[in-house]
Design a protein around this ligand. Structure first.
Ligand code: PFF
Length: 442
């Protein structure tokens, strides 16, 4: 294990894994998914899945990383002696590669928005926030490819700098700031006319909105938002100091993630009702609604730029973990190869991100399976590869690993939480994930 590949402190590890978890999933994807699948009903299912399925799985991934301490295309054979099980690590690598491909499209939109709003702020552009033409921007391949290039480039540079220097420092400053900003936006959104309709839409579940489809997407969302099933969290835990506390780290990440998702919903739905948008607006929801909220604030353009920069940062701390997973496996944690591999992987990601980006423009008519190319990439990762990876890991942990090793990985446990957690992972969660997985294929 290379020294450089370790977090200096437990706090560094928690912040970085929270950084990986909290990103576009909570802030961009959650509100639009909730809008498409019933508002309050979606939130309720998301909460249940996150707490009952996501949290135990996150603890599981942390334990695997902590006791395995190596890259994830090696860790499964190291722990079980079965080489073929490393395929689970490869599944995760493919998942994050494709994920980065469509993630960078949205990252690119944020970059473009920062450019436009900065120009408005500096009066280079005479327009106002409400003049920003979302559809025209995202269907323009020149703008979007520039945005993606910058987003992927930034991710690449941070990963090249190495684990400690790049990731740990950055996470410590920006996440708390983002949280404060979200609170301010929510406070403003709640003062808009008709805001309470939006609040009710998000917080009052209508049982009739709970369908098989919405359940599948709610589970997919809890996987996506906690970075589960890709072995990304296993990688981060394998870098952590031995004394890290697994339970409290996992709980704090889950709580933060839930908070940010709800805050993002509370920022968007009241505004959406106030400005007469439909909740089923899709991926553009956040980009269309928030400028209108900021416009109602004093110095709104200025604050919107700051918000977008923080939002970009949240997306970057997640995209870093996507690229980091590929780099750690392709270099087998050999830091002398880090820069070259990070660069080549980033170029490959840029290439596969192009069809995803064109899904909002010249390739929007290409529809199959789950929808556009972009939708299918998301579906493949969030609803197939991630649950599959998580299912396989529950089987390894529940059936093959030594219980004493797991107890040791779980750490000191005054209240004997280990046992219910173990029972869940061994006897219940594999069936839950399998059931959802099969239903989805049917
Ligand atoms: N959890 C991230 C988000 O919500 O934006 C996305 C993600 C990052 C998923 C890393 C998977 C992963 F391995």
């Amino acid at each position: 294990m290379l020294k450089e590949s370790q977090w200096k402190t437990s706090t560094g590890f928690i912040l970085a894994s929270a950084g990986s978890a909290i990103g576009l999933g909570a802030m961009w994807k959650f509100p639009y998914m909730a809008g498409m699948y019933g508002g309050g009903a979606f939130l309720l299912m998301f909460l249940l899945f996150t707490i009952l399925v996501g949290l135990p799985l996150l603890i599981m991934e942390f334990i695997v990383g902590k006791v395995g301490r190596t890259y994830t295309t090696e860790i499964y054979s190291k722990l079980t002696g079965k080489k073929w099980l490393n395929i689970i690590g490869w599944n995760g690598n493919i998942a994050v590669f494709v994920l980065f491909g469509f993630y960078s499209v949205i990252g690119g939109w944020i970059v473009i928005y920062i450019g436009i709003v900065l120009m408005q702020l500096l009066h280079v552009l005479p327009s106002k926030l409400h003049d920003i033409q979302f559809e025209a921007i995202i269907s323009n391949p020149v703008y979007t490819i520039m945005g993606q290039f910058i987003f992927i480039g930034l991710t690449c540079v941070i990963v090249m700098l190495g684990v400690q220097k790049g990731l740990e420092k950055a996470s410590k400053i920006m996440m708390p700031l983002l949280f404060i900003f979200l609170l301010v936006i929510v406070a403003k959104a709640l003062t808009l006319d008709g805001a309470m309709d939006g609040v009710r839409y998000l917080l009052q579940p209508r049982i009739s909105d709970i369908t098989m489809e919405s359940m599948l997407f709610a589970l997919g969302q809890s996987f996506f938002a906690l970075s589960l099933g890709t072995t990304g969290m296993i990688t981060y835990a394998s870098y952590a100091p031995k004394e890290m506390t697994i339970k409290s780290s996992a709980i704090s990440i889950v709580v933060m993630n839930i908070f940010i998702s709800i805050l993002a919903g509370l920022a968007i739905f009241p505004a959406l009702k106030a400005f007469g948008y439909e909740p089923t607006e899709g991926p553009g929801l956040l980009f269309k609604v928030l400028p209108l909220v900021f416009e109602k604030m004093q110095y709104g353009t200025f604050f919107y730029v700051i918000f977008l920069i923080l939002f970009l940062f949240a997306a970057l701390t997640s995209s870093i973990s996507l690229l980091e997973l590929n780099v750690s496996n392709l270099t087998r944690n050999d830091n002398t190869k880090r820069s070259r591999v990070a660069l080549l992987t980033s170029i490959a990601v840029l290439i596969i991100s192009i069809p995803a980006m064109l899904s909002f423009g010249s390739l929007s008519h290409v529809q199959f399976g789950a929808g556009t190319i972009f939708d299918n990439m998301d579906f493949l990762v969030s609803n197939l590869l991630m649950p599959l990876g998580a299912l396989a890991t529950t089987l390894v942990v529940g059936q093959l690993l030594d219980k004493d090793l797991l107890i040791q990985g779980f750490g000191r446990d005054r209240f004997k939480f280990f046992y219910p957690w173990y029972a869940l992972v061994k006897y219940i969660l594999p069936f839950v994930i399998l059931a959802v997985f099969v239903l989805q294929l049917v």
